[in-house]
Every structure is written in structure tokens, then in C-alpha cells.
Design a protein around this ligand. Structure first.
Ligand code: MRU
Length: 347
């Protein structure tokens, strides 16, 4: 396969490398992902994370394994194992369905290599299209609030919500971005803060609990978040804490936008209730682990509830900004998400 790289994935000499998103920003460590077991471990540990990136890493690994001589029957088993690595983001399942079609072809080695690279190129184009549509909604002097990390680290391109923010910044329309730290794994405090710094976008980091106070003081002009799955009725699963922001935004009359590629839409999933929500390890809540070491504050044996995602009801969302364009609440009510969407951005 061709040598290429995105912000957080690399293919070199027929091997996949991933940038460790748990070590960022203090350390930039690249790990090999040579086997399915290794990649599943990276995905579960969130060294590879973000809905689009998870799907792309799994597709690239399968293509490389095929190129390195893995037999078809083993690739079929690998595909099933990867499909189960994280249950909420539908991009993984969508990408793997396309890889399964490639695997069914007689020259599956060529087909899988071409399909994996196509998925990467498509993702770049999808990000650009989302940014174009989304930036049109950003008014001059905007103070935007974002949650989790939806940038170049989480995609092959410029990102989804963060891609919108980056383009709006280049257009001169961003006064400041409020970055939610995003407990428990701090994707905002570690990754979004780092990415915005690299892009030269002015930001201020806040604890998640500070958003209500900021909105009450009139300091937030809009909230922009990503998505892991969009159900047929417009409900959105995204990083835990997104729902509370949507409730706050509605109370304070702040527009709330979701940015995602059309590949995040799941027409077969009737509503948010049907989206599987990943439950994660108690240690993420009882303390913190990172490149800086480990620290525990909760009492031994503390009982913990730790869902990785929550569901924001469609009624709280003012716009779904996709690569295909801006979807309004009225269009959602008319059933737009209950049909498969096609993108102009796809290559
Ligand atoms: O658990 P994570 O860090 O993978 O969660 C990521 C999110 O919730 C993102 O908002 C979503 O995947 C979109 S990334 C473009």
C-alpha cells in the first residue's frame, strides 16, 4: 500500500502506525498496529479514537493484513472482531461493511487496498464539505463552545465540529473557543486544546461544570459538537456530557449544532434508545491515568457509573451539519434521516 499519513495515522512499509492519543499532548508516541489484537487494544484504550478514525484504522489494518498474505477466512474473522471493538460509533460498522464487500471480490487484496484508501480520501473530502457548510453559520466575532475532540486527530481530514471552527477562524469569524475539558478522559483538555493551539485559534479551557455559568453570562454564541451515531429520528449519541450542554443551550437560547459526515447517520436505528452505549472501566472515574502517571482519589471499591456516550434528543438540536448540507429540525421531522443519505463530498 502507498505510504501516507494523516494527523494520527501512518502507513509505512506495509505497516499501520497510530499516534497515541492518551499520551498527547505531553508526548508524541507512535505505536505499531500490526495485528487485530493490537488494534483492538489501541481502540479500547482510546489511543485511537473518534468515530471516523476508528473506522479508518480498522479498514487500513485489514487491507494491510490482506496485502501481507492473510487468508480470506482469517480476514473474515478479523473483520468480526474489529466490528465489536467499540459499539457506539456507527462509522466503524459502515466502513467494515464496505471492506467486507471488497473481501468478497475475487482479487480481494487489490480491492481491499483500494477501498481502504478510498475511505481515507472520502473522509478528507467529507470534512472539507462539513466545514464549508458549517462555517456559513458562524457569525463574525463568535464565541463558540465545543466538547470532546472532533478535529484532525479524530478524522483523516480537518475534523467535523473542529473543522468548522478551524475554517471559521481562517475566515476571521472566531473571537474565542471555550473548550470543555471533557471528563473523564479529558479529550477536550488534552487534545482539542492542543489542536486549537497548533492552529492558532484563540481558546480558553473550562471544566465541564462551568458551561452553565458561561451561558448565563451571555459568553457563548453557539455550541458545536460531533456525533458517534445519528438515529433516524435525529437523536444523536456523542461523548458523555453532550446532552447536558444541549439542555443548557436550549434554556439559554444558544444555538446547538451537531457536525458529522453522512456516514454517521444510521437509518436502521429508529431512535437514541436503540443506540448501544459503551460502559467503561471504573478506574476512569475513580482517578486519572496518563503519560504523567496515575492518581486515584476515590475510596477503594467505590461503585461507579461510567457511560462513554449520552444521547441528545433531536428536539434540542438546531441543526445537523453534514457534508451533504445543513439539515433542519423540520427536515428531520419529515423523515430525512430515515433514508440512506448520499454525499456530493464522496470521491
Ligand atoms: O470516546 P471518543 O473520544 O472516541 O469520543 C469521540 C466523540 O464523542 C466525538 O465527538 C465523535 O466521535 C466525533 S469525532 C469527529
Amino acid at each position: 500500500m502507498l505510504t501516507f499519513s494523516t494527523t494520527s495515522l501512518r502507513v509505512r512499509e506495509n505497516q499501520l502506525w497510530i499516534l497515541d492519543q492518551q499520551a498527547l499532548p505531553q508526548q508524541q508516541r507512535w505505536h505499531p498496529a500490526q495485528t487485530v489484537a493490537q488494534l483492538v487494544d489501541h481502540i479500547r484504550a482510546l489511543r485511537v479514537r473518534g468515530a471516523p478514525l476508528i473506522g479508518l484504522s480498522a479498514s487500513l489494518l485489514l487491507a494491510l493484513l490482506a496485502e501481507n498474505g492473510q487468508p480470506r477466512a482469517q480476514l473474515e474473522r478479523d473483520l468480526a472482531v474489529l466490528r465489536a471493538a467499540r459499539p457506539t460509533a456507527v462509522n466503524l460498522m459502515n466502513n467494515l461493511s464496505r471492506m467486507a464487500q471488497a473481501l468478497a471480490q475475487s482479487d480481494f487484496v487489490t480491492a481491499m487496498g483500494q477501498e481502504a484508501l478510498r475511505l481515507v480520501e472520502e473522509d478528507r473530502a467529507l470534512c472539507d464539505a462539513i466545514a464549508r457548510h458549517g462555517a456559513a453559520l458562524v457569525k463574525p466575532g463568535s464565541r463558540l463552545l465545543t466538547h470532546c475532540n472532533t478535529g484532525g486527530l479524530a478524522t483523516a481530514g480537518t475534523g467535523t465540529a473542529l473543522g468548522v471552527i478551524a475554517l471559521a477562524h481562517r475566515q476571521g469569524n472566531i473571537a474565542q473557543v471555550w473548550v470543555d475539558e471533557t471528563r473523564p478522559l479529558l479529550q477536550g483538555g488534552r487534545l482539542t486544546a492542543w489542536e486549537l493551539g497548533e492552529l492558532g485559534v484563540p481558546y480558553r479551557l473550562i471544566c465541564d461544570a462551568m458551561a452553565a455559568d458561561l451561558m448565563a453570562r451571555g459568553q457563548v454564541d453557539a455550541v458545536w459538537v460531533g456525533a458517534d451515531r445519528i438515529a433516524a429520528n435525529g437523536d444523536v449519541a456523542n461523548k458523555i456530557g453532550t446532552y447536558s450542554l444541549a439542555v443548557l443551550a436550549r434554556w439559554h437560547r444558544v444555538p446547538f449544532y451537531v457536525a458529522a459526515p453522512h456516514t454517521t447517520c444510521d437509518a436502521s436505528c429508529p431512535s437514541g434508545d436503540a443506540i448501544p452505549i459503551e460502559q467503561r472501566d471504573a478506574a476512569e472515574v475513580t482517578g486519572v491515568t496518563g503519560s504523567f502517571g496515575q492518581c486515584r482519589w476515590a475510596p477503594d471499591g467505590a461503585d461507579v457509573y461510567n457511560p462513554a456516550f449520552d444521547v441528545t434528543p433531536a428536539a434540542l438540536i438546531d441543526g445537523w451539519v453534514l457534508d451533504t448540507g445543513i439539515v433542519t429540525p423540520q427536515q428531520v421531522g419529515e423523515g430525512l434521516f430515515s433514508r440512506p443519505l448520499r454525499s456530493e463530498g464522496a470521491v
